[in-house]
Design a protein around this ligand. Sequence first.
Ligand SMILES: CC(C)(COP(=O)(O)OP(=O)(O)OC[C@H]1O[C@@H](n2cnc3c(N)ncnc32)[C@H](O)[C@@H]1OP(=O)(O)O)[C@@H](O)C(=O)NCCC(=O)NCCS
Length: 173
Amino acid sequence: MTIQLISAVELTAETGGLAALLRDAVEHGASIGFTLPLTEVELADYWRKVGAEMAAGHKILLVARDPEGCVVGSAQLALEPRSNGRHRAEVQKVIVLAAHRAKGVGAALMVRLEAEARQRNRRLLFLDTSTGVGGAVKFYERLGYRFAGGIPNYAADPDGRLVANAIFYKELS
Ligand SMILES: CC(C)(COP(=O)(O)OP(=O)(O)OC[C@H]1O[C@@H](n2cnc3c(N)ncnc32)[C@H](O)[C@@H]1OP(=O)(O)O)[C@@H](O)C(=O)NCCC(=O)NCCS
């Protein structure tokens, strides 16, 4: 497995694999900002928006590939552009293909994302995830993220139930 930092230009050649990855996660019940049914137009629009944020220098994207070069995971870091927040970044859309989970791909993406954050002097990372079945609370706890609180009924899990989110942060040394 390899992890690659993708540029905004390279993203255009990757949108097929990334759209399939996002669809796989939502269809397997992940609560990552989408509900079913998910159209190809929604997926294409989403990755176009990510590309625009990357081109503006506000986001970085990592892609994990299997030995054949197929996309098996991805993770994003949104770099706060405002002058009072340039020390922080938000971890977004950490996703691993359902068939490739529990093999360390997610943890490897997070280790690299933290290294990329350090390089850019982003020492405070934060994120939110669902506390329901579609979330990844245990995953972030295992990686040393600290629970800061949550908001009841924050978003609907793919099963339709409104559940609280859990906000996590990590201060990088
Ligand atoms: C969360 C996710 C990225 C984890 O990826 P993964 O490749 O399976 O994770 P890893 O194999 O690297 O696991 C790292 C650690 O977290 C734990 N972990 C991962 N997912 C877990 C889960 N759902 N429940 C409990 N523990 C979990 C693993 O057991 C492992 O701990 P260990 O080191 O003690 O064995 C993956 O399950 C996923 O894509 N989920 C759907 C999308 C999502 O919810 N993303 C997060 C919100 S943005």
